[in-house]
Design a protein around this ligand. Structure first.
Ligand code: OAD
Length: 255
């Protein structure tokens, strides 16, 4: 059972010189990673994620915060990219390798699943859970081994390690944010996929793209604050909607 697709949307994507996609936690939901606004379960059910993902929480209780991130790291390690991630990687290859056009994937997710699915031009606006930063030296490196030997984890330099992710109240990385703004100002089609569009500045980028003349598309089973702004609202899970859309947009192989 496919979703009804407006031929004008298919034409707009085919004609686009530049496509920007913004993803949020919803695209990874079908891989088994809970979204932010899902209720927390198990040992974390009494915690509010917005209370854990802050510099203040880490200062107060680095052990609890690093255990929470480490449990997420362990959960993500068990998850695989889903059909939604894969459809975006396919669309990027078609747009860039086959047609020599632009494709930029902005993500608020820290799980790394887009790269694992084969997406190449990924801008991680909120960082990645696979890198941790020494709070003493500022040095970052990849930590894939689970679990850490002790909690809170320490770097080789003896400083506390924190995940290299953006916490509430922190600035987004400057280079990534500038890339995102530049691409939004010049794209022809902007997708907002699996995000509640509530957390700024990422949530503001759709307005920038819209104001710059892009056609906008939302993929989400629920309505969001931007549902009335977008040109097309595709109500459904990304893992179903995106493969159907990409199949319609791309010519059959061999043509
Ligand atoms: P949210 O948890 O706020 O929103 C997830 C969105 O995904 C909701 O709108 C759901 O309706 C939608 N959704 C659920 N299942 C879906 C599916 N299968 N397909 C498509 N959409 C689906 O997550 P984000 O918008 O990513 O920031 O949250 C933004 C930021 O707030 C996060 O990056 C994080 C957070 O608190 C920081 O930690 C700085």
């Amino acid at each position: 059972m496919g979703i009804q697709l407006d031929p004008e949307l298919v034409d707009a994507i085919r004609a686009a010189e530049s496509v920007v996609v913004m993803t949020g936690a919803g695209i990874s939901a079908e891989s088994g990673i809970p979204t932010f606004r899902d209720e927390l379960t198990g040992m974390w059910e009494n915690y509010d994620p917005e209370q854990l993902a802050t510099p203040q929480a880490f200062e107060r209780d680095p052990e609890t915060v690093s255990r929470w991130y480490d449990q997420r790291r362990a959960n993500i390690a068990k998850c695989e990219p889903n059909a939604g991630h894969q459809a975006l990687a396919t669309l990027e290859r078609w747009q860039t390798k086959d047609r020599g056009r632009r494709f930029t994937l902005l993500t608020q997710n820290i799980d790394g699943l887009h790269r694992r699915a084969g997406s190449a031009n990924v801008v991680e606006l909120h960082g990645t859970i696979w890198r941790w930063r020494c709070t003493k030296t500022g040095r970052e490196r990849e930590y894939r081994h689970i679990p850490f030997p002790s909690y809170p984890p320490l770097s080789e330099d003896g400083g506390l390690l924190r995940p290299a992710v953006v916490w509430f109240g922190e600035m987004l990385p400057e280079r990534e944010m500038m890339t995102a703004q530049r691409e939004c100002e010049s794209c022809d089609v902007y997708f907002s996929i699996g995000t509640s569009t509530q957390v700024f500045p990422a949530a503001g980028l759709i307005q920038l793209a819209h104001a710059s003349g892009a056609r906008t598309v939302e993929v989400n089973p629920e309505t969001t604050p931007v549902s009335n702004l977008v040109d097309w609202s595709l109500r459904g899970p990304a893992g179903t909607v995106l493969p159907g859309l990409v199949e319609r947009v791309m010519p059959p192989t061999g043509t």
